[in-house]
Design a protein around this ligand. Structure first.
Ligand code: HEM
Length: 189
């Protein structure tokens, strides 16, 4: 790093995780029934990425750790109010509202993957949960399909809000957060 006003914030695990997540979520969302093999593959990639991220949240670098950014909903709300009056403090890691959104996105994605694997088992008698639905697949197919679809759409809604948040935060603090998620670097002050 040449500039002393620059600091490494996001380690490679976080950055690779993030862009794998973006690519896999887009592929999974756009393929759905039409390209089932690709859809299932993207879903497995998402599942593996989430497991690695959860592990990294306990043992990773400073700003990767959940202890660095998981906070209460009231702290997130307070931060959002500060954003509205343009008085929000700048954080090197995730801000309180961003942190809450990240946990919500990870939970929603996890449930989307789990219901996807279950649906794959019930509908196709394939995948790690196929044995769960040997005798009762018909009873589960519809409810799993509805739930999986709802969760995927809910996750997409969260992603939309997440991207809006990233844009707002970048404008307010005059920094490019997307670039930071690519090279890992932010200005230190
Ligand atoms: C092109 C669209 C996207 C852009 C531009 C974008 C940008 C970003 C940026 C800049 C951050 C860091 C926020 C900060 O500085 O606090 C971030 C974090 C994050 N984003 Fe996105 N994002 C996008 C799509 C997605 C999608 C599709 C997902 C999930 C399906 C996602 C999930 C996350 C998660 C989980 C984090 C936290 C990273 C971590 O700590 O592991 N993002 N995103």
């Amino acid at each position: 790093m040449s500039n002393t006003n620059e600091i490494k914030v996001w380690d490679p695990v976080i950055r690779i995780f993030h862009w794998v997540l973006v690519a896999a979520f887009m592929v999974a969302y756009l393929t759905e029934d039409d390209f089932l093999d690709l859809h299932v593959f993207a879903g497995y990639v998402l599942g593996a990425a989430i497991i690695i991220r959860l592990f990294w949240g306990f043992v990773g670098t400073k700003h990767a750790r959940f202890s660095d950014f998981v906070t209460t909903p009231s702290a997130a709300l307070k931060y959002l109010k500060e954003i509205l009056v343009l008085k929000a403090k700048r954080y090197l890691g995730h801000n309180p509202a961003g942190g809450l959104m990240i946990i919500t996105m990870l939970m929603s994605l996890t449930l989307t993957v789990i219901t996807g694997v279950a649906l794959y088992g019930a509908e196709e008698q394939a995948g790690p949960m196929a044995n769960w639905f040997l005798s009762n697949a018909d009873a589960w197919e519809d409810v799993l399909e509805e739930t999986h679809e709802f969760l995927a759409n809910f996750t997409l809604l969260l992603v939309g809000l997440h991207v809006l948040g990233v844009i707002a935060e970048s404008l307010i603090h005059k920094e490019n957060l997307v670039r930071a998620m690519i090279d890992g670097i932010k200005r230190s002050t």
